[in-house]
Design a protein. Structure first.
Length: 242
């Protein structure tokens, strides 16, 4: 006859609860280990701060500004670089993650301090357009088509030119004695450009009889004061070179 005493039933229930807890806990251990070993991606790699990228590539918002980003922001062609986020400050510049405190109550590392003499950055308001120096007179104006423009870049030099549509394309190469047309670009827009050999470029604009088309020709110059490295097209069709 089976013993159905209260003591026997309580012992069986207690043993069942222990076994069930082990079955629930064990699968969670590999998952926790996998989560802890997931690598972190550095949003501000050190290549942004090494030549030639230091003077040719605009860093993403939130990263410490490199030479090109600071120069364009000072010219009013870019928003002032935003303060790095806590994750970006922890990852730092260079690709290796800084140690993260694991003890309860530990203080996280401070954000990367700004470069000496740098104006404290502020984030632009949503929908705000990039500012242009108030005293600057447009180099030319064009008639736009539905706030879009075709930009033809003509490299009349023998050197390769690197160009980039800020916020739209990565840096691209325009070989010497060649041209490229950027179609249906939404304004306002900023395009940066630089000779691969480090020389200076002059910029000659030419508007087309067809609305919404701008042709820009690059030529060499030994005069640094005449050198240009960016063009800006505003919503009213004003074109500025800097």
């Amino acid at each position: 006859m089976v013993n159905k005493s209260p003591i026997f039933r309580k012992s069986a229930e207690f043993l069942g609860a222990i076994c069930g807890g082990l079955l629930i806990t064990l699968p969670a251990i590999p998952q926790a280990v996998a989560q802890q070993s997931t690598p972190r991606v550095n949003p501000c790699p050190s290549i942004f701060y090494e030549e030639p990228h230091n003077s040719r590539v605009v860093v993403p918002q939130g990263c410490p500004p490199n030479a090109l980003t600071q120069r364009l922001a000072a010219q009013g062609l870019l928003p002032v670089p935003a303060t790095p986020s806590p994750d970006q400050a922890r990852l730092g510049v260079g690709g290796e993650e800084s140690p993260v405190p694991s003890q309860p109550g530990a203080i996280p590392p401070s954000p990367v301090p700004p470069t000496q003499g740098q104006v404290p950055p502020t984030s632009p308001q949503p929908g705000a357009t990039l500012p242009v120096k108030p005293a600057q007179t447009p180099n030319t104006t064009i008639a736009l088509t539905n706030s879009r423009v075709d930009i033809k870049l003509v490299n009349d030099t023998a050197a390769n030119v690197t160009y980039q549509v800020i916020g739209d394309t990565a840096p691209r190469l325009l070989r010497g004695k060649s041209s490229v047309t950027l179609q249906r670009v939404t304004v306002p827009v900023t395009v940066t450009f630089q000779r691969e050999d480090g020389g200076q470029l002059t910029v000659t604009p030419q508007t087309s009889s067809e609305a919404g088309t701008l042709e820009v020709t690059f030529n060499e110059t030994p005069d640094a004061s005449q050198g240009r490295s960016a063009l800006r097209i505003e919503q009213n069709g004003s074109v500025f070179f800097n």
